[in-house]
Design a protein around this ligand. Structure first.
Ligand SMILES: Nc1nc2c(c(=O)[nH]1)N[C@H]1C(S)=C(S)[C@@H](COP(=O)(O)O)O[C@H]1N2
Ligand SMILES: [Mo]
Length: 315
C-alpha cells in the first residue's frame, strides 16, 4: 500500500523542482529590475525568499545525487540529513512566499493574458515531467548517490537494527520503560484487556518490513510480535484503531488495517532496544516511519474515522 502514491508524489515534487530551476533564466530580468530599485522591506523579503528557495533546491538536489549526510551532526534528535535541511528551508520559505505573492498582486497580468499563461504553464509542466522521467530512467541506468527507494530514501542499517538511526519527532524523546510494571491496554467494545511484557513476547507473528523515515533513510528488518487483529475481539466493531505511546504520541488507522499491523517486541531476532521502541512498537508495512509508533501502551478501537487526526504527529 502507498508505494504507488509515494512514487507519484516524489515524481511530481521532483518535476516541480525542475520547473522552478528552469524558470530562473527567464526571471533574471525581473529580478535585476527589482534589485535596481531602492531597498525596501519587500525587497529584503524577496531576497531572503530567493536565498531560502535556492538553499532548499540545492539541498534537495544534493539529497538525490550526493552524499547522504551533513557530517554526523544531530539536530533536536533528528538525523540532520540533506533532506531535513531541504524540508526546513522549504518550511521557512512558506510564510515569505505567501507574503511575496500577496505583496506583488498588482504585478499580475490582465485576464486576457490567461490563455497564453495557461499554455506556458502547460508546456513548462510537460517539459519538467519529461525531464524527471529522463532523470529517473538515467539514474537507474547509471546509479548516482547509492541505493535509493522510490521515496528517495537511502538504505541504512538493513538487518542490523543497532546501525539503524533512532528517530523521534522533535516533540518526543526516548522514555525509559520498566517492563515489569508496563502493561499494554487493549480497548475494544467497552472491554479493557491488559497484557504484560512476558505475555506479549510469547507471540511469534513475523513480518519483514521496511521502515522508511521522511528524514531520508530506510531499513529492511525482520520484525516479530503480534498482529493487532489477534489482540482484538473477533466480532470487534468500530471505524478505526488508535495506537498510543507512553509519551502520548499516537496515530490512528482504519480498523481494516489491524490484520497487517504488527505490534513488535523483537527485531532481527533480539529484543527491541529502548531507542527502537522497547517494550513494544508498531510495524506499519507500506507506511512512512512516523506511523510506526514506539513504546506503545494503548491500542483502542472506536468510531472516529481514521483520518480525523493531524496529517503529521503534532503532540
Ligand atoms: N512514540 C513515538 N514513536 C515514533 C516517533 C516518535 O517521535 N514518538 N517517531 C516516528 C518516526 S518519525 C520514525 S522514522 C520512526 C523511527 O523508528 P526508529 O527510531 O526505531 O528508527 O519511529 C516513529 N515512531
Ligand atoms: Mo521519521
Amino acid at each position: 500500500m502507498g508505494t504507488g502514491w509515494n512514487a507519484l508524489a516524489t515524481a511530481v515534487h521532483g518535476a516541480a523542482g525542475i520547473a522552478v530551476v528552469s524558470l530562473v533564466p527567464w526571471k533574471q530580468a525581473i529580478v535585476r529590475a527589482g534589485l535596481a530599485k531602492r531597498w525596501s522591506a519587500s525587497m529584503v523579503g524577496a531576497v531572503a525568499l530567493a536565498v531560502l528557495l535556492g538553499g532548499a533546491l540545492a539541498s534537495g538536489i544534493v539529497h538525490v545525487i550526493g552524499p547522504r549526510r551533513v557530517g554526523d551532526a544531530s539536530l533536536l534528535g533528528l538525523d540532520l540529513a540533506f533532506l531535513s535541511v531541504h524540508v526546513a528551508l522549504a518550511v521557512l520559505a512558506l510564510p515569505l512566499l505567501a507574503w511575496h505573492v500577496v505583496a506583488r498582486r498588482g504585478y499580475l497580468t490582465p485576464p486576457d493574458d490567461a490563455r497564453r499563461r495557461l499554455l506556458q504553464a502547460g508546456t513548462l509542466g510537460a517539459a519538467a515531467g519529461a525531464a524527471t522521467l529522463a532523470l529517473q530512467v538515467g539514474s537507474r541506468l547509471a546509479p548516482v548517490g547509492g541505493d535509493r527507494r522510490v521515496t528517495g530514501s537511502h538504505e541504512l542499517g538493513t538487518d542490523d537494527p543497532a546501525a539503524m538511526p533512532v528517530v523521534q519527532w522533535f516533540t518526543d524523546a526516548v522514555p525509559s520503560v520498566d517492563a515489569s510494571t508496563w502493561r499494554l491496554v487493549v480497548r475494544a467494545g467497552g472491554i479493557d484487556r491488559r497484557l504484560g511484557h512476558g505475555e506479549l513476547a510469547d507471540f511469534v507473528d513475523a513480518n519483514r518490513a521496511t521502515l522508511d523515515c521522511t528524514g531520508g533513510w530506510y531499513a529492511d528488518q525482520d520484525w516479530e510480535g503480534v498482529r493487532l487483529a489477534r489482540l482484538l475481539p473477533h466480532d470487534v466493531r468500530g471505524r478505526s484503531v488508535v495506537v498510543r505511546s507512553v509519551t502520548g504520541y499516537d496515530r490512528r488507522f482504519p480498523l481494516g488495517d489491524a490484520d497487517r499491523l504488527l505490534l513488535a517486541t523483537r527485531v532481527g531476532g533480539a529484543e527491541l532496544s529502548p531507542g527502537h521502541g522497547f517494550p513494544a512498537r508498531l510495524v506499519a508495512p507500506g507506511r512512512r516511519g512516523f506511523w510506526w509508533v514506539k513504546w506503545v501502551e494503548e491500542v483502542a478501537v472506536d468510531d472516529t474515522p481514521w483520518w480525523w487526526q493531524p496529517p503529521f504527529p503534532l503532540q
